[in-house]
Design a protein. Sequence first.
Length: 234
Amino acid sequence: MKPFKNLSISFFYFFVSTLFFISLLAYAARFDIKNNCNITIWAAATPGGGRQINPGGTWSLEVSPNTKGGGRIWARTECIFNGSGVGKCLTGDCGGLFQCQDGGSGAAPCTLAEYSLGTLNMDFYDISLVDGFNVPMIFNSTSPECSGIDCTGDLNGNCPTELKAPGGCYNPCAVFKTEEYCCTGGKCKATNYSMFLKGGCPGAYSFPMDDITSTYTCPSGSNYNVVFCPLGSL
Ligand SMILES: *[C@@H]1O[C@H](CO)[C@@H](O)[C@H](O)[C@H]1NC(C)=O
Ligand SMILES: *[C@@H]1O[C@H](CO)[C@@H](O)[C@H](O)[C@H]1NC(C)=O
Ligand SMILES: *[C@@H]1O[C@H](CO)[C@@H](O)[C@H](O)[C@H]1NC(C)=O
Ligand SMILES: *[C@@H]1O[C@H](CO)[C@@H](O)[C@H](O)[C@H]1NC(C)=O
């Protein structure tokens, strides 16, 4: 009888741990990252790494629903990588790596989707233009009761000459590096440049003190869509 009993106990633990693992998977937060642009996008995500998404393609990325430290998703354009995943992108490059590393960020300019999941049973999310703009974006939840963020204006075509960058439009802080635009002291107001950015992306952070109108919340456990070029072409 004894071996049989041990077997049934270990089977019981196997069963319980399998259920536990399945429940963890079931509670992952899913980000469906869709490339609606007419060019290839090398999506970048921390956590998550990277993925080449051809026009019309989607990357379904699952992350822990308790990503409290925050995560970021952005588009990289015009990338070339060699067989080891080392190379370069025109915009959004993350240290020359195909698989972006956690804690890393994309080289400006790039439109950023930012999130923090599971604090006080809430998810917080935003689109930030603090690193400028490369590709139009919609960031919304699959739950219709949570607000979506639209960043679909033509900020590349309308970019003021002094902010123009190869493949995008810089935030004025990156160009002028002054307190007025960078707000390192934590006190500054909207400027003509931040108002231009906000005009094309009404729900986005356009300068560092732009929090109040630009952070969105959704109940913890929600899933999200990040759509590059929601209106079609770049
Ligand atoms: C890719 O490029 C890196 C950096 O130049 C190099 O170290 C690596 O060997 C290259 N890999 C391939 C497969 O060419
Ligand atoms: C989120 O945005 C996408 C792209 O515009 C749209 O298809 C979808 O219906 C939106 N989802 C919700 C819940 O509003
Ligand atoms: C914004 O303001 C700066 C400084 O006041 C000025 O030099 C610049 O021409 C203005 N740019 C636009 C696009 O209005
Ligand atoms: C994408 O669309 C834009 C605007 O319609 C067009 O100018 C461009 O040639 C298209 N690019 C490709 C690769 O089809």
